[in-house]
Ligand binder design. Structure first.
Ligand code: SF4
Ligand code: SF4
Length: 425
C-alpha cells in the first residue's frame, strides 16, 4: 500500500493488529494466486492496483465523499438497487464476506452450520477488520435465504444502521408488487438518509451509469467465448468482484480498456491457456472477494473457467434496466422489471436459472459445469441436484462441489476437479 492509512483505519474503529493480519494474508494470497498467473492481459494491472489499495485508497475516496456530505451504503445482495442509491447522491459498496475471520467468536453468535458467507460477514464485523462496513452510513440486509434473514436479527443488535429489505420468494404478480413496494420504501429511506430527493433526471443518469458498468462486463463476457480464452477465469472473477466497490465510471472505463486489449488478443489467437483447453462454466453460490479458491483449483488443474452463473458474475449483471422511462414512477417500474429477473435460488420454483445455465453452456462453449455450493447453503445445494440431473440428461458433464472458505479440502477438491477435467478431455 502506497501510503500509511493507520490514522484513517483507527478513526473507523478498526482493530489495527487484526486488520494488518488480514491484509498480510490477503496480499500473500493475491501474490500466490493472481500474480503467479502467466499471460495476463496488461489491463489487469488496474485491478492489481485496486486490490493493493482495497482498504487504502478506495476507503480514502469514500471518506472524502463523506467529508462533503455524501452517504455510503453497504449491501450484501445484488437485489439492492444501485440505481436508487446513486440517484439519491449516495455510493453503494458491496460488503464482501469472502474470507473466514474470527470464526470462534462468530460461532458464539451463529450456529456452526451457517454458510461461510454469512459467517464471514459477521466475522468482519466482530473482528473489526472491514473499513467498508465501518464507513457505511446504512447497511442493507435483505430477506433472502433463511440464514441471512435470521442472522440480520442478530446483526441488527451489533450495528446501529441496519436497514432490512423484504424480498419476494415467488415470481408472481404479488411477488413483483412486493418488490416494487420495497424499492419505494428503500428509496424513501435513502432519501431520508441523504436529504436528497430522487428526481427523474438523477434516476435516469443513475440507470445509465449502472447499465454502462454492466454493459462493460457483458462485453468482457462475450470475449470469453473465444478459444483460446483471452483471459483467465480468475481474472474475470476479479473484475466481477471489483464491480461491487469501485467507482462506477472508473470501473466501466477500466473493463472497456481490458476488452480493447482482449479483442486484439483474440485477433492474434493469443490466449491465457492453449487452444482446446477444457472449458468450464461455474454455477452456484456467489464467490465474494477474496474467495478465489475454486478458480485457483480449476485453473491449476488444466482447465479454464469461461463463465460464472453467479451473483458475482452473470446472474448479478446480465440484464440492463430499460432507460426509456421519463418519470420517476416509470423508471422505478423499469428497475423492478430488471431486478425481478434475477434468478436467485431463494425463488421457488426457479426454472429460469436452469435455462440460463444451459444457455451459458452453449454461449461460452463450455465442456462441463462445476456446481459450486457453499456448505449449509440450502437454496443452492437443493438446486444443485436437479441442475446436475437436467444437465446430464443433455450430455453436459456436471461436477457438484460443496465446500467452504477453509483450505483444508483443497487437496481433495483438486483430485476431484482433475478427474473431471480428464473426463472432459
Ligand atoms: S445468491 Fe441470492 S441472496 Fe445471494 S446475493 Fe445473489 S440474489 Fe442475493
Ligand atoms: S450462500 Fe446460500 S446460505 Fe449463504 S447467504 Fe447465500 S443463499 Fe444464503
Amino acid at each position: 500500500m502506497s501510503e500509511n492509512y493507520n490514522a484513517m483505519w483507527t478513526d473507523l474503529g478498526l482493530d489495527l493488529e487484526a486488520h494488518d493480519m488480514l491484509l498480510n494474508v490477503l496480499g500473500q494470497a493475491y501474490q500466490d494466486i493472481y500474480l503467479a498467473q502467466e499471460n495476463r492481459p496488461e489491463g489487469m494491472g488496474y485491478f492489481d492496483f485496486v486490490m493493493s489499495e482495497v482498504h487504502g485508497l478506495r476507503i480514502k475516496e469514500l471518506m472524502d465523499e463523506k467529508a462533503i456530505g455524501r452517504k455510503i451504503i453497504g449491501s450484501y445482495c445484488v437485489f439492492v438497487p444501485e440505481e436508487i442509491v446513486l440517484a439519491a447522491n449516495a455510493t453503494l459498496v458491496g460488503l464482501c464476506s469472502g474470507a473466514d475471520f474470527a470464526t470462534e467468536d462468530v460461532e458464539r453468535l451463529l450456529p456452526r452450520n451457517t454458510c461461510a458467507l454469512i459467517k464471514s460477514s459477521f466475522g468482519f464485523k466482530v473482528g473489526k477488520v472491514c473499513p467498508y462496513l465501518e464507513s457505511a452510513d446504512m447497511i442493507v440486509g435483505e430477506n433472502t435465504c433463511d440464514g441471512k434473514k435470521k442472522s440480520y436479527e442478530t446483526l441488527g443488535g451489533m450495528v446501529d444502521n441496519l436497514y432490512v429489505m423484504d424480498l419476494p420468494q415467488v415470481k408472481s404478480e404479488n411477488g413483483k408488487a412486493l418488490l416494487k413496494a420495497e424499492y419505494q420504501r428503500f428509496k424513501a429511506a435513502v432519501e431520508d438518509l441523504t436529504g436528497v430527493a430522487v428526481t427523474a433526471g438523477s434516476l435516469k443518469t443513475a440507470i445509465q451509469t449502472v447499465n454502462a458498468k454492466r454493459a462493460a462486463l457483458h462485453r468482457l463476457f462475450t470475449l470469453r467465448r473465444a478459444d483460446p480464452a483471452p483471459i483467465s477465469g480468475l481474472d474475470a472473477l476479479l473484475a466481477n468482484q471489483v464491480f461491487f466497490y469501485d467507482n462506477p465510471e472508473r470501473f466501466t472505463d477500466s473493463v472497456n480498456k481490458i476488452c480493447d486489449e482482449l479483442e486484439k488478443r483474440i485477433e492474434s489467437k493469443q490466449g491465457v491457456f492453449a487452444e482446446k483447453t477444457p472449458r468450464i462454466l461455474v454455477s452456484g453460490c456467489p464467490q465474494a472477494v477474496p474467495n478465489w479458491k475454486l478458480p485457483m483449483i480449476v485453473e491449476t488443474a488444466g482447465a479454464v473457467i469461461v463463465g460464472e452463473e453467479s451473483c458475482v458474475g452473470e446472474r448479478g449483471t446480465r440484464n440492463l434496466t430499460d432507460e426509456s422511462g421519463e418519470t420517476v414512477e416509470e423508471m422505478i417500474d423499469a428497475i423492478v422489471d430488471r431486478y425481478f429477473m434475477v434468478d436467485c435460488a431463494i425463488f421457488t420454483p426457479n426454472p429460469d436459472r436452469l435455462a440460463h445455465i444451459e444457455q451459458m453452456v452453449a454461449d461460452y462453449r463450455a465442456d462441463g459445469v462445476i456446481h459450486y455450493g457453499l456448505q449449509f447453503c440450502q437454496p443452492y445445494l437443493m438446486e444443485s441436484i436437479p441442475v446436475e440431473t437436467a444437465l446430464e440428461e443433455k450430455q453436459i458433464p456436471c461436477l457438484r462441489i460443496e465446500t467452504d472458505y477453509s483450505m483444508e479440502d483443497v487437496g481433495q477438491l483438486k483430485t476431484r476437479v482433475e478427474a473431471f477435467v480428464e473426463q472432459l478431455r
